[in-house]
Design a protein around this ligand. Structure first.
Ligand code: PLP
Length: 373
């Protein structure tokens, strides 16, 4: 089955691994990487402005630093995991912490933030409008930092570091990555920052030996549209798609301009996945490994099947001369979120996945690699 690659590494089976970012502390999602790093860069900037030295690792936690942080605001526009991460981390350091959310966002997310002293501002309108409202308020105010999911270099850089961690973990698990042992990585993609930063890092470390594929919901293939159909189409709406998906973290109509420019040429391919399959994978993972992930985090699971079982995938393999080394390859599925989904909510998703997986004629396999080999 799977090797689990998160904090500890648990080999399970031959060729598949899980990179368990769904279990990262503080955020319960991949946003811990970019989000916490960005808040720390803002803390560093305040300390520099106020003449406080970052002399020891814990300097931002000292009362002297905190006194200054309290006079600054960090805000973010996000209905999902980015809001949860930035809000909690900023509040923990003592910043005034503001999260702009769509009114329709899940109640438990608002509650989780308010419980931690974060101000939640609710907006009518969709994600892009929420972000715009947050951005405008921040620009008008002094001592106010805005975390901009669509434009932030700090977020992107925070994600890149995952490549260094993964290299250590792969080495620790005895998994080789080189020309004769290719690494295929399947990354759920929203605006692109998380998978983009990770792909950027991995390509710098492993070059041609690593192949990064992005996974997007059928209704929200923002990066696919941006990379493949520009200039005819810039957003999923231009393609006649509605951007309605249960994969909260991936419900993005338009990819980050900054990220698409950074990763063009580094991404091996983008594939789409149906919402029903996300729930089936969520259920199968729970049955097989007892792990709880959110639907977004399962987007990459059909990656091996897309690579080995479709014409486009097989062409990719053949054109790069990878066929002879396929049985020495590692397929890495990046699970990106889920640890903090409330139990009741998770049980509903699990039940939906169970019903779908057990429905007669479900064309789905929990062993995509084996199935299509
Ligand atoms: C944010 C998120 C992603 C994708 O990250 P982007 O930077 O938006 O591409 C994937 N999965 C989960 C669970 C997320 O929260």
């Amino acid at each position: 089955m799977y090797t689990r690659l998160c904090q500890p590494v648990h080999p399970i089976g031959k060729s598949s691994c899980l990179k368990q970012d769904h279990a990262l502390p503080v955020a319960g999602s991949i946003k811990a990487r970019g989000g916490i790093f960005e808040v720390l860069t803002m803390a560093e900037e305040v300390m520099r402005r106020e003449g406080i030295e970052w002399a020891t690792p814990l300097a931002p936690l000292q009362p002297e630093a905190r006194r200054h942080f309290e006079r600054y605001t960090i805000s973010v526009g996000s209905t999902g995991n980015l809001g949860l991460t930035i809000g909690v981390m900023a509040a923990a350091l003592g910043f005034q912490s503001v999260v702009h959310m769509a009114r329709v966002a899940k109640e438990w997310k608002k509650l989780r933030l308010r419980d931690r002293g974060v101000t939640v501002v609710e907006h009518d309108g969709d994600f892009a409008q929420t972000v715009d409202a947050g951005r405008r308020q921040a620009q008008a105010a002094p001592r106010h930092f805005f975390v901009d999911d669509e434009r932030s270099e700090a977020l992107f850089l925070g994600y890149t570091v995952a490549a260094l961690r993964l290299r250590e973990q792969l080495a620790g698990a005895g998994i080789t990555v080189d020309a004769r042992h290719p690494l295929f990585v399947y990354l759920p993609c929203g605006v692109g920052g998380a998978p983009g930063g990770i792909a950027f890092g991995l390509k710098h470390l492993f070059g041609d030996a690593v192949h990064c594929f992005f996974a997007e919901p059928c209704a929200s293939p923002a990066m696919l549209v941006r990379l493949a159909f520009e200039p005819q189409a810039l957003s999923v709406y231009d393609m006649g798609l509605d951007n309605l998906t249960e994969a909260d973290g991936l419900a993005v109509g338009r990819a980050s301009e900054f990220v698409q420019a950074m990763v063009r040429g580094l991404v091996s391919g983008v594939f789409t996945v149906r919402d029903d399959d996300l729930f089936r994978y969520l259920y199968r993972l729970h049955e097989a490994e007892g792990m709880a992930i959110e639907p977004s985090a399962a987007a990459g699971f059909s990656g091996p099947r897309m690579l080995l079982g479709t014409d486009a995938g097989r062409r990719y393999v053949r054109d790069r001369g990878l066929r002879p080394v396929l049985d020495q390859a590692t397929h890495l599925l990046w699970t990106t979120g889920g640890a903090f989904v409330p139990a009741g909510e998770y049980q509903r998703m699990l039940a939906r996945g169970r019903a779908l997986a057990q429905a007669p004629g479900a064309d789905f396999s929990s062993h995509p690699v084996e199935e299509s080999a």
